[in-house]
Design a binder for this molecule. Structure first.
Ligand code: DXP
Ligand SMILES: NCC(=O)COP(=O)(O)O
Length: 246
């Protein structure tokens, strides 16, 4: 299981004053030195946080996995093909949302992805991951498309208000991970994970490959420092992995 740190909100802070700091690329270096296996960024159509120049700077400096999250627009396809990250994670996106609000509706995007999107990446080594909700139909359609990976949207779990709801969401995520793994896809996950909800998640959900964490990690880092915070998230993930392998 790998921790990929999403550094979008380092850019949010940088953009708040336009002084050029903190630099996402410097944050990425600290995260990798602290043990993160890679970096995620979401280049939004409205460029509200990460900007094109950040993407190219990250491509130069990140040594581990570089995960380019994006909506599957022609503009983003072109940039991602030029940048050549290890992984693209396709997500739904709307300008009005504060953050990604749900997974891709695979039945809606299937034909377009099959005809326009997948063929362009299939000429490259870039792996494709689809950000989807933990349900059978979306996972099966992701597999039918030939996706390398899915990223399970953990937001509903993260926002669960009662232990019962949380348990229900964990069960859905567990079944979804098992199905995707059985079908031969990598299982990634992320959205809304924090130091409180990460442990039950990694203790319950099997076959996790990349777990991407951003907003809560960057927020915690304000108090604890980025290096220590990455180590604290990693400790939870490594402990779960040791338990699984023992
Ligand atoms: C796909 C996902 O769950 C998040 O990474 C989200 O895309 C982050 O975007 P924001 O940083 O704009 O919330
Ligand atoms: N893909 C999910 C991600 O990169 C991080 O999401 P969040 O922790 O910022 O909600």
């Amino acid at each position: 299981m790998q921790l990929l740190v999403n550094i979008d909100h380092i850019a949010t802070l940088r953009n708040a004053r336009g002084e050029g700091y903190p630099k996402p690329v410097e944050a990425a270096t600290v995260c990798e030195r602290a043990g993160a296996s890679g970096i995620v960024f979401h280049l939004r159509g409205d460029r509200r946080h990460i900007r094109d120049e950040d993407v190219y700077a990250l491509k130069k400096s990140v040594t581990g996995t570089l995960d380019f999250e994006m909506a599957a627009t022609d503009e983003m396809l072109k940039i991602s093909l030029d940048v050549d990250p290890h992984l693209v994670t396709l997500v739904p996106e709307s300008r009005e949302e504060l953050t990604t609000e749900g997974g891709l509706k695979m039945s809606t995007v299937f034909d377009d992805f099959q005809e326009r999107v997948f063929p362009q990446y299939r000429k490259t080594d870039i792996e494709i991951s689809l950000f989807i909700d933990p349900n059978k139909e979306d996972i099966e359609l992701a597999n039918e498309l030939g996706s390398d990976a899915i990223e399970l949207h953990t937001g509903t779990y993260a926002n669960a208000e009662t232990p019962k709801e949380q348990e229900h969401e964990l069960e859905r995520l567990k079944e979804a991970a098992q199905l995707a793994h059985t079908l031969g896809m990598k299982v990634n996950a992320g959205h809304g994970l924090n130091l409180d909800n990460l442990k039950p998640f990694v203790d319950t959900v099997p076959h996790l490959h990349d777990v991407s964490i951003g907003h809560a990690l960057v927020s915690t880092a304000i108090f604890k420092g980025l290096d220590q915070t990455v180590r604290d998230f990693l400790a939870i993930m490594n402990h779960a992995e040791l338990k699984e392998n023992s």
